[in-house]
Design a protein around this ligand. Structure first.
Ligand code: FAD
Ligand code: NAG
Ligand code: NAG
Ligand code: NAG
Ligand code: NAG
Ligand code: NAG
Ligand code: NAG
Ligand code: NAG
Length: 732
């Protein structure tokens, strides 16, 4: 009885905030995080460690229920095309076979970590040196290593015997042992992995090194985001949210889709807040292209039945604005150019539901992933001015880099089915019911066995010089290119300049015998899929219309740079040598997909038909100097804003040779430190004189300038004025 009372008392005083607690009427000092995926939940967790900071995460997808497709490593792949996937597609890929490609992306609390392949690696020391060299001091391998370590709880190897048998090394000095994400090895290895590694050794490719120590060229077993005790997937939701769900200053709302970021002094267009059957474009009536309507002095143009509470909220915001002391609306004197301030976001459960507004006194952090973050910037009037005008979206910031520089590790399917039936493969789980029953029995009883394996964990990252004699032909072709040659026609000059820098670094990487050029993804069932680690092709994310509920237009332009196809061709030729090694021959691989006698032209045709995403889109909000087509500064601030950041895979300016989750966890851990440091600087600045806050160089184009007129002077980043929040959120 007494303990029951204690429990109740504890429950009352702990102020626990369960998932989807009703939002407050207003918040002080709130950071709004858009997207509760890998990066979003990491940042939300770290920032809410400070009890004086309120954090709200708005996630478009649902919270999972620990279903098999989420929890069981052996079911990897089954999460795609479910409610946990956005089901996005690319445009027709004209440099391939003219067909669109499906581009799965995580949709739910945990984002991609709910449905990904669980592989865990970080790229090479030189990959990060390159990212830093592109104009990002503070982003070298040595800078990142503490953040990689902070995110992981590394368990090492399950047994010494397995380590020896499968050439697995674990270098304790590069791992974290007390971070949130469980990182471990399965208790089961498919026997074909051993033959593959031996075959690679026969061809001079090294094995037996820790793939997370900064060198990846060679073959290695990657650890996976696995809780080895329960044999279940360690998602961003379990790692970074469940453990801190009871914090009273952390709000997380699922099934809430953000449609627009609002800026102080810019249009919170009323149309965007009203649910109509066919979604009135943002900007709508009353605002002509390029001339923002603005909520100040704007006549109410809402077509019908605008909920009065909503309008009241906006006029309150408007009144507050006018009551602000002039000093708080001053210009950014550091650069002499004005910088806009994000002060809230618009969101809704779906296209039919009423729009809600939540204001952000402190920051807005965009963490919606590589395809949705640029979409949301464009919807909010941040992007290339000419493009926005065509879409009738008022231009808030002319930022040509938004949605450009899209690249991915394109992968090409190759399958050499093993005819040796004595060897168990992941296909046995489908084709052999005895094997499958035993596997489930073992998994359920002991959480060991084949279902703890990610199936793809024995991989290789060959360097081009390992696999082709005189690899100079491919490198020479890359060197001879003009940067703009294979970029989309009409690419902004700054973006071309940025790619010029990348092309130089990519060419160096391709010629370097110590750096991975591509990956062999071993499916253990005969699949030896090959993926470019140094893609030269660049695509775009754009919009078809200003309707926020339409999917973004995704054109990765796979294969648009012919060098990518040449690397993949060399990789397929190397596969042919690999499967006839003595070690691999024991598996009796059949050479059919592609055919053994395929000519180069036929292999190029094979590439065009089978190339698809390796699920690593990046670069669409690149961290690069503004003059190089960048969208965010090394502090991840969007150029031209004082408090809008992007923290997700979209900021990666040039992909490392890695699967991306560990990379993104590391980026987000670092971002949290950057944000905390910036806040501390700001606080120090307010407590003394209102000093000029450092801000990234804003765009200087005339269209942006003309927008930053006096009537719309942004407020100082330090202002902590009372928040205006629209509430009554209805949860799905
Ligand atoms: C099928 C698949 C397999 C993969 N395999 C691996 C692997 O084996 N190893 C590896 O390291 N990486 C893998 N990845 C990649 C890795 O999971 C992603 O790179 C990583 O999740 C990116 O993190 P992020 O924070 O940028 O985006 P995400 O994790 O995708 O998070 C973005 C979140 O924002 C939400 N969102 C989007 N738009 C809005 C909006 N408008 N309003 C509100 N919320 C919004 C999304 O629903 C999502 O939850 C895989 C990815 C996929 C899809
Ligand atoms: C993706 O497709 C599946 C299967 O059709 C569907 O159940 C799911 O709801 C879709 N996801 C989204 C986010 O719409
Ligand atoms: C472990 O990693 C560190 C840092 O990269 C390196 O200096 C050291 O040589 C590595 N140790 C082994 C045994 O590989
Ligand atoms: C990590 O594993 C430990 C041990 O099973 C478990 O207690 C913890 O909840 C796990 N965390 C995640 C995020 O999987
Ligand atoms: C596959 O193996 C079977 C025997 O197990 C054999 O009869 C058959 O010829 C093999 N197929 C090929 C293409 O080698
Ligand atoms: C099916 O799996 C069982 C159990 O692992 C094994 O003994 C048997 O040989 C397999 N059958 C075939 C046809 O591979
Ligand atoms: C579970 O593990 C125990 C101890 O190793 C073993 O005896 C038992 O057979 C296992 N159960 C299954 C179903 O594999
Ligand atoms: C590379 O050269 C060696 C020696 O001339 C030759 O044996 C080998 O087959 C060549 N490899 C390729 C991929 O051309």
């Amino acid at each position: 009885m007494f303990s029951l009372l204690l429990c109740i008392l504890f429950a009352v005083i702990s102020f626990a905030l369960p998932l989807n607690s009703p939002l407050l009427q207003s918040y002080d000092y709130i950071v709004v995080v858009v997207g509760g995926g890998v990066a979003g939940l990491t940042v939300a967790n770290r920032l809410s460690e400070d009890p004086t900071v309120n954090v709200l995460v708005l996630e478009a997808g649902p919270a999972d229920h620990g279903e098999g497709i989420i929890n069981v490593p052996g079911m990897i792949g089954d999460g795609m095309s479910t409610i946990y996937d956005w089901n996005l597609s690319s445009t027709a890929q004209i440099s391939l076979d003219g067909k669109p490609r499906s581009i799965p992306q995580g949709h739910g609390l945990g984002g991609g970590s709910l449905i990904n392949g669980m592989l865990w690696n970080r790229g090479e020391v030189d990959d990060w040196a390159n990212i830093a060299a592109l104009g990002n001091p503070g982003w070298t391998w040595n800078d990142m290593l503490p953040y990689f370590q902070r995110s992981e709880r590394y368990w090492g190897l399950s047994s010494e015997e397995l380590a020896v048998a499968y050439s697995i090394e674990a270098n304790a000095s590069v791992h974290g042992i007390s971070g949130p994400v469980n990182v471990s090895f399965p208790s089961w290895y498919w026997p074909s992995s051993r033959a593959l590694f031996a075959g690679l050794n026969e061809l001079g490719i090294p094995t037996a090194f820790d793939p997370n120590a900064g060198q990846i060229a060679g073959a290695s077993f990657l650890p996976i985001s696995l809780d080895p005790v329960t044999g279940t997937r360690s998602t961003a939701r379990r790692a970074y949210y469940d453990s801190v769900a009871s914090r009273p200053n952390l709000w997380v709302a699922t099934s809430q889709y953000v449609t627009q970021i609002l800026f102080a002094g810019t249009s919170a267009d009323l149309n965007a807040l009203i649910s109509t059957s066919n979604d009135v474009p943002i900007g709508g009536q009353g605002s002509s292209p390029g001339v923002p309507g603005g909520i100040f002095g704007q006549t109410d143009v809402s077509p019908s039945g605008s909920p009065s509470t909503r309008r009241r909220g906006l006029s309150l915001l408007q009144n507050l604005w006018h009551s602000l002391p002039r000093v708080l609306r001053r210009q950014n004197t550091a650069t002499g150019t004005q910088v806009v301030r994000a002060n809230g976001v618009v969101f809704a459960a779906d296209a039919q539901s009423p729009r809600e507004v939540v204001s952000a006194t402190r920051e807005v952090i965009l963490a919606a992933g590589s395809l949705h973050s640029p979409q949301l910037l464009l919807l909010s009037g941040v992007g290339r001015a000419a493009t926005l005008r065509q879409l009738a979206i008022p231009v808030n910031i002319d930022l040509p880099g938004v949605g450009s520089n899209l690249h991915d590790h394109g992968q090409v399917w190759a399958w050499y089915p093993y005819n040796n039936s004595a060897i168990a493969t992941p296909l046995s789980l489908i084709r052999n019911s005895t094997f499958a029953e035993n596997a489930w029995e073992e998994y359920n009883a002991n959480r060991t066995g084949p279902l703890t394996s990610a199936a793809y964990d024995g991989v290789a990252f060959p360097a081009l010089p390992f696999i082709v004699n005189g690899s100079t032909a491919i490198v020479d072709a890359a060197t001879a290119q003009a940067a703009a040659q294979y970029l989309p026609s009409g690419t902004d000059g700054s973006v071309v300049l940025g790619f010029t820098q990348q092309l130089r670094l990519l060419t160096q990487a391709l010629s370097d015998p110590t750096r991975a050029s591509y990956e062999i993804i071993n499916g253990n069932d005969g699949a030896l899929t090959v993926a470019s680690m140094r893609p030269l092709s660049r695509g775009t994310v754009t919009l078809n219309s200003p309707q926020p509920f339409e999917p973004p237009v995704i054109d990765p332009r796979y294969g648009s740079n012919p060098v990518d196809k040449q690397v993949l061709l060399a990789a397929l030729r190397f596969n042919q040598r690999l499967i006839v090694t003595e070690s691999m021959s024991q598996l009796q691989p059949l050479q059919m997909y592609p055919a053994a006698d395929a000519t180069d032209d036929e292999l190029l045709q094979w590439i065009a038909t089978t190339l698809e995403t390796e699920y690593h889109p990046a670069g669409t909000c690149s961290m690069l100097p503004f003059a190089l087509g960048g969208v965010v500064s090394p502090d991840l601030l969007v150029y031209g804003t004082s408090n809008l950041r992007v923290v997700d895979a979209s900021i990666i300016p040039m992909l490392p040779a890695a699967h991306l989750q560990a990379v993104v966890y590391g980026i987000a851990e670092k971002a949290a430190d950057v944000i905390r440091a910036a806040n501390a600087r700001d606080q120090a600045a307010t407590s003394s004189t209102p000093a000029t806050t450092p801000s990234p160089s804003p765009p200087t184009s005339s269209s942006a300038q003309s927008f930053f007129n006096d009537a719309l002077v942004p407020i100082d980043p330090m202002t902590t004025f009372v928040t205006v929040v629209e509430t009554q959120t209805v949860y799905a």
